[in-house]
Design a protein around this ligand. Sequence first.
Ligand code: FEO
Length: 169
Amino acid sequence: MNTTAIRKQMSIHPDVMDLLNNQIGMEMKASASYLAMASWCDQRELLNSKAFFYKQAEEEREHAMKIFTFINDNGGSALSPDVTNVNNDFESLRGIYETGLEQEIAVTESIFKIFKTARKEGDLITEVFLQWFISEQSEEEDTFRSIIDVFDLMEGMPLKMIDERLPKE
Ligand code: FEO
């Protein structure tokens, strides 16, 4: 069956599917990025932060898989993404969390873009599907902002002491 024939049976709009495939790549990149951050924390025995980022890495992979199966379940074709240029080089723990927040903001903006396209194209199935992601992004951004607040409050304290105040997930 060629791609055109597959697309005729889809319940999601083709343009929306392309954006969703792009989103799979973004979530997998986020997963790989959090894994790199977890490793940095692990090497420095920052126990809460390492647990936090290992968990984040898993969660981002779950997000990617949610979208992956959604596309295939709705007659589309999900594509396994290339994940390249993962940064493993970090300056500080605070910098890692700030990068995490920036990453989450970019993901939120991308989800909004897909949501708006789905709405414009009358793709209600994707619109409903993405509602969960919008709530999830709001929670994740809030978590990162709260963590950065802890750094502000504890400025000058030893890193391990700050780490002990941070959430593990
Ligand atoms: Fe799935 Fe936090 O982006």
